[in-house]
Design a protein around this ligand. Structure first.
Ligand code: TXD
Length: 319
């Protein structure tokens, strides 16, 4: 049986880590695509050589030619540029929007049947633009942010409660980072909701609020410590969890930026909600009832995403 083919569009820090995970987890063969010429080839060769030691047989190929992604089962998109000093948000948006256009056209032409996971920031607007430019079915184009935000939330909660990360589940909604909306009532330790744990004296509301705040700023904390670039291990692991659920039809329920047409009062946009990912892509958007606080927080998130979409439309008339 042929191995799965996973195309990584953008072979920088996250792209390289994704390829390593694809090999280690034996998810399939990986194509590392980048506009930079030698770098993806060098990474592919280095990673293939790590496979000799690790004992995986994946074919890893570096390329700058979209033809090489032909027939990919999954495309994970990290292509773009990070914000540099002196660059406004609109400058960044303009550049990454053009990148999404090129990537969308490349995927449309060479891998129209793929499940596409976008990681490029600003996430919720870029995944929307990528779907529009590629014209792929909306349930086959999804954005990664919530899995990462909830992973950060879970880690901090596990540390606070002094329990295994395995037993902590966290529920987050909304846009990536600052506007994420954690829902403590649906976040648990082995099924015990956080509000109950507070009542049991395991923590205090103040401590949980501080953890929520740290989670929202989780990306910035790492950027500050690294001094150069942004997080890549946890973002790569998060996208791999989504790809794995699709390729193995696991039907995991994960928070992802998904296309909404009416759910949560949103129409024609992408924002972070719980979805089921299976062999059909995003098979279901799970609509939960939100309390007033979560509802208000979600609306702030939605408005922020809409503002970015308006800015994208002003930059590219075809949107
Ligand atoms: O939760 C999330 N969604 C995120 C998002 C968490 C962490 C980082 N997040 C964003 O992912 C970050 O703000 C960036 O927009 C992406 C990728 O992060 P990474 O750390 O991998 O960035 P790099 O190392 O700069 O890699 C980007 C690569 C680089 O090699 C460029 O040469 C390439 O993208 N690039 C392109 N590839 C293909 N096609 C085009 N047009 C292109 N332009 C740049």
């Amino acid at each position: 049986m042929a191995r799965n083919k996973i195309a990584l569009i953008g072979s920088g820090m996250i792209g390289g880590t994704l390829a390593h995970l694809v090999g280690l987890k034996e998810l399939g063969d990986a194509v590392l695509f980048d506009i930079a010429e030698g770098m993806p080839k060098g990474k592919a060769l280095d990673l293939a050589q790590s496979g000799t030691v690790e004992g995986f047989d994946a074919v890893l190929k570096g390329t700058s030619d979209y033809a090489d992604i032909a027939g990919a089962d999954v495309c994970i998109v990290t292509a773009g540029v990070p914000r540099k000093p002196g660059m406004s948000r609109d400058d960044l948006l303009g550049i990454n929007l053009k990148v999404m256009k090129a990537v969308g056209e490349g995927i449309k032409q060479h891998a129209p049947d793929a499940f596409v996971i976008c990681i490029t920031n600003p996430l919720d607007a870029m995944v929307w633009a990528l779907q529009q430019f590629s014209g792929l079915p909306k349930n086959k184009v999804v954005g990664m942010a919530g899995v990462l935000d909830s992973a950060r939330f879970r880690l901090f909660l596990a540390e606070e409660f002094d329990v295994s990360v395995e037993d902590v589940t966290a529920f987050v909604l909304g846009g990536h980072g600052d506007t994420m909306v954690p829902v403590p009532a649906y976040s648990t330790v082995a099924g015990i909701p956080i509000p109950d744990l507070i009542r049991m004296g395991w923590s205090t509301q103040e401590k949980i609020d501080a953890i929520v705040d740290r989670t929202r700023k989780g990306g910035g904390e790492i950027v500050g410590l690294l001094g150069n670039g942004s997080a890549y291990y946890a973002p790569a692991s998060s996208a791999i969890a989504m790809a794995d659920s699709y390729l193995k039809d696991k039907r995991r329920l994960l928070p992802c930026a998904a296309w909404l047409d009416g759910q949560y009062g949103c129409d024609g946009m992408y924002v972070g909600v719980p979805v089921i990912i299976g062999e059909g892509g995003v098979e279901k958007v799970v609509e939960i009832e939100l309390g007033d606080e979560a509802k208000a927080g979600f609306q702030v998130s939605v408005d922020a995403v809409k503002e970015l979409m308006t800015a994208c439309k002003a930059l590219d008339g075809s949107l």
